[in-house]
Ligand binder design. Structure first.
Ligand SMILES: *Cc1c(COP(=O)(O)O)cnc(C)c1O
Length: 496
């Protein structure tokens, strides 16, 4: 069966490799598979596969126009010794719940699961579609995505990557991670503005015909690595199938038994991948969508109204501080019966008024999902309780999912075995994690002293990603104003 990709907002339809290259459809919609392929292989067979073998089984069903040889080369180039465990995504049972650790890659956050393979999928797609120029990835980041994208694209032939971050809008650790990035094709620029300024300016560059023409004439073509690219979504389906297969293999569940999945959610990409896994036939009961105090999704699942007109709250789980969950559009498309015109109308309402409401029939189709949110206090209390009971330390994003799941289980009495997507190493958010477990130990300590403290209490070895930035030399120091961003790009590319 050939799976193609169509826009959520019109009849535009493209191949898988074209969808990877384009990222966003020209009509502003997102690409969705024309059909969700079925998982037909016996679970016992999948359970005996390595992560890489299973990745091929799942991804080959979605990426129809990649050959076996191409896709296997992409997978081999992505899931290798950049990960600190051959399991790639280990499953750890603590206090009755299975934590699916998605942070064993180069930048110790789950973005590595997709961004380590996206460069390979993209350069392969460029070859298949006879794209002659070099691909230039432009990315605005609030911290995690930029670093993970650079780690993925560093020294990948045929690519350059330029990352813009708000000078005073990222944590000290995140900034050090970025400015020490290696790779001759990586470029990091601090901008004098906030994340929204950076993001809007990047969007303007994508849509600036004159700039695009100039870079094109010089042999370049812009592309995007953000989470609406199907080249990021498809690799994320793999680890849910893998987690299920591992549970069968270890005898924790019987093949066919339903599990629940809880995901700490921001842009709705990770949980959408779990939904696609369920649609493929993976035995999944509820998908529990966990939010922090920016609980626009919790309210949506409860009422059917999506309303972003509210205060933006800065929390200790910054990668989930989002009021427009872009990937939700793909779910909306599905629950309105794959009706692009209807989906477009709702998204236009969101853009114009910041709000839309779905019909009762659409809401009925959301029964796979449960929404919930955790306050900062609930999150910290859950991190502390889990640590005191088991010695296991989770980060503040995973902490949100942990608190939401445990409240859900208590309230509903649902005893279904549950996998929680664990999206970052606690080392990445050491100050907040120590603040939750031992608040008296935080005052007056530097970032690296807090990391030492985390090592003492968790007993988990410090990841190389942290050790590296203690001593790595600063390689990037460009700072520019927002309106200088296009000229900065010209200068980096030597287009003047
Ligand atoms: C990006 C991110 C999330 C949110 O994932 P979405 O796919 O955007 O919902 C959660 N936790 C961490 C640590 C992240 O970096």
């Amino acid at each position: 069966m050939e799976v193609r990709y169509k826009s959520t907002r019109s009849d535009i339809e493209v191949s898988a490799s074209q969808a990877v290259l384009q990222g966003l459809s020209r009509d502003g919609g997102l690409f969705v598979p024309t059909a969700i392929p079925a998982l037909t292989e016996p679970m016992e067979e999948l359970a005996d596969m390595s992560y890489q073998e299973l990745a091929y089984v799942v991804m080959s069903k979605f990426l129809s126009d990649y050959t076996e040889e191409e896709l296997k080369a992409c997978i081999a180039g992505a899931y290798d010794s950049k990960f600190d465990t051959p399991a790639i995504a280990p499953l750890v049972k603590k206090d009755g719940v299975y934590y699916l650790e998605l942070f064993h890659g180069a930048t110790i956050a789950f973005k590595d699961m997709a961004l380590s393979i996206l460069p390979h999928l993209m350069t392969t797609a460029a070859k298949k579609n006879n794209v002659k120029g070099k691909i230039v990835i432009l990315t605005a980041t609030s911290g995690d995505t930029g670093k993970a994208a650079m780690a993925g694209f560093a020294d990948v032939p045929g690519t350059e990557i330029i990352v813009f971050y708000p000078k005073d809008g990222v944590s000290h650790i995140q900034e050090r991670q970025m400015v020490t990035q290696r790779g001759a094709n990586t470029h990091v620029v601090a901008i004098k503005g906030n994340f929204d300024d950076a993001q809007s300016a990047v969007k303007r560059m994508f849509n600036d015909p004159a700039l695009n023409e100039e870079v094109h004439a010089a042999g370049y073509q812009f592309s995007s690595a953000n989470s609406i690219n199907i080249g990021r979504l498809v690799p994320q389906i793999v680890y849910y199938v893998y987690a299920y297969a591992q549970l069968v293999k270890s005898g924790e569940i019987k093949a066919g038994e339903k599990i629940n999945i809880t995901v700490p959610t921001g842009n709705f990409g990770n949980i959408l991948a779990a939904y696609y896994a369920k649609q493929m036939g993976l035995p999944v009961g509820k998908l529990i969508c966990a939010s922090n105090e920016n609980k626009v999704l919790t309210d949506f699942f409860a009422t059917g109204e999506y309303n972003k007109n509210r205060e933006f709250i800065l929390t200790s789980s910054p990668s989930m501080d989002i009021l427009i969950s872009s990937n939700l559009e793909r779910l909306i498309y599905r629950i309105c019966g794959d009706n692009a015109a209807e989906c477009r109308k709702l998204m236009e309402s969101l853009a114009a008024k910041g709000v839309y409401r779905i019909t009762p029939e659409m809401k009925e189709r959301l029964d796979d999902f449960r929404g919930g949110f955790a306050t900062e206090k609930e999150n910290f209390a859950g991190i502390k309780a889990l640590y005191e009971k088991t010695g296991y330390v989770i980060d503040t994003h995973t902490g949100v999912a942990n608190a939401v799941y445990r409240a859900y289980a208590k309230k509903t009495g649902d005893k279904t075995k549950t996998v929680i997507a664990s999206t970052a190493s606690p080392y990445k958010f050491a100050a907040a994690v120590i603040g939750a477990i031992a608040p008296d130990k935080v005052a007056g300590k530097s970032d690296f002293e807090l990391i030492d403290e985390l090592h003492r209490i968790s007993g988990v070895a410090e990841p190389p990603a942290i050790t590296d930035i203690r001593t790595a030399p600063v390689r990037h120091n460009t700072v520019c104003a927002v309106d200088e961003m296009p000229d900065t790009v010209r200068k980096i590319l030597g287009v003047q």
